[in-house]
Write a new protein. Sequence first.
Length: 549
Amino acid sequence: MTPVVSSRSDGRVRASCARSRSRSCARPSGPSRGASQVGRRLRPQAASSESVDVVIVGGGVSGLCAAQALLTEHRDAFTSLVVTEGRERVGGNITSRSDERGYVWEEGPNSFQPNVSMMKATVDTGLKEKLVLGDPTAPRFVLWDKKLRKTPSGPDVVTFDLLSIWGKIRAGLGALGIMNGKLPDYEESVEQFVKRNLGDEVFYRLIEPFCSGVYAGDPTKLSMKAAFGKVHVLEEKGGSIMGGSLKFMQEQRDNPPPPPDPRLPQPKGQTVGSYREGLQTLPNAIEAYVRGEQGDDAVRCDWKLTAISRDETTGKYNLSYDTPDGARTLVAKSVALTVPAYVAAPLIKSMAGDASDKLLDIYYPPVAAVTVAYPEEAVRDESMTGPGRTLEGFGQLHPRTQGVTTLGTIYSSALFPGRVPKGQVLLLNYIGGCTNTGIVDQSEDEIVAQVDKDLRTMLLKPDAPAPTKVGLRIWPKAIPQFNVGHFDLVNAAKDGLKQAGCSGLFLGGNYVSGVALGKCVEYGYVNLAGEIAEHARSVKEEVKEMVEN
């Protein structure tokens, strides 16, 4: 099994930093626009210390998108930029794989919502032609009472059978504000908000499985405001979900958004996206872009940050690394930590103990991503409704009350083309999460057997052959939980850095932005890059004033 790599016609994109303890990735073939004096300045010389303007710690999509945005939107704010990554490749938990059998699969995130920032990142890195989007009309399913039932979409919101007649009436009355109770003066969990506004059936049959499948979380603890902020704010805005929706639409009419960028794809309907060779294509391409703009050593893999301190005299940060070439130090004016909260916490402990303690309170449950394949004829006839009698749909979610262990299943081969050999179906299953933390103690064979057992209860025929195990990855600390009080923790950590005098040190990553891949891209591209650029400009202005005076 090898990582999927991207390629571009200009020859600048190549495999990410997967190599055996070599100092850096091989230089891209072909001309490099940014192989300039700046690029040469960034290459380590005999000395173990070097100065740069901006260091982004963490080569996941949050850090890479911040770097890309700094280079495309804020080039005036700095001269030199370096991204460091502790692993041997970029991408963070994005892990696309392929093999000689013809399978292409994901072992981390499986897709993204194609928001504006996601499309901008795609276009800016030359990946528009590699973009693939799911069919927005494809059904989504929830397991209920031993049957896969379609979730409501458009006109079938009245006729779908996942909710009873009373469940639909209760949801409608609550959405209209007739039966939603008093807005509380405390932060509600997802369970509290949904039951109060939409009733028990909507919670147990729709929202609870969604929380399990997306967050691997416990909806009795997840914060409605933090996990589903766009829905939460509707009631605050209009007194009810429907009232807030109408008010939002009126505001959109009164203050229409700017026209869309004509360069960007405009996806239709509610869909998800990926790339032909998998999600890893995006971080690989951004890595190549950053190298092309700033020099080959602008992205440094296998650089493990061991300590960070602030020079009180200069206001700069000293970052100590363990690298394949030994100990190295970067001295930076601005630093962004886009690593998980539990990794950032010990790094900032000596500078901002209170901030460190807050980050340690963010919980990450374990999740396993299990990809298996079956012959098409193994799938039950009622699920083979696609063209030519093929598996159709985005996938399925499993409420915890329905007696299955698997959180949900993505129909990988139905969602995107080119993922599986002809005549087979490819299924990505997630198992574990807050309600099943013992997954880390099970063997791979035990996990695959459990997934196969679950699939036979609703999707596969009883006599289906044993699965082909395509890929399995156990993430001991997978997804940060946006539980009640999460925003308070993150804001307290940021405030703690400010109170400790850590100007120019920023926090990023999915525990800040939101767990969805599109949210990480959006936050890195807009928020984090903007914060770094603002600080970098202020530093430049201070230096300019000192020189002039």
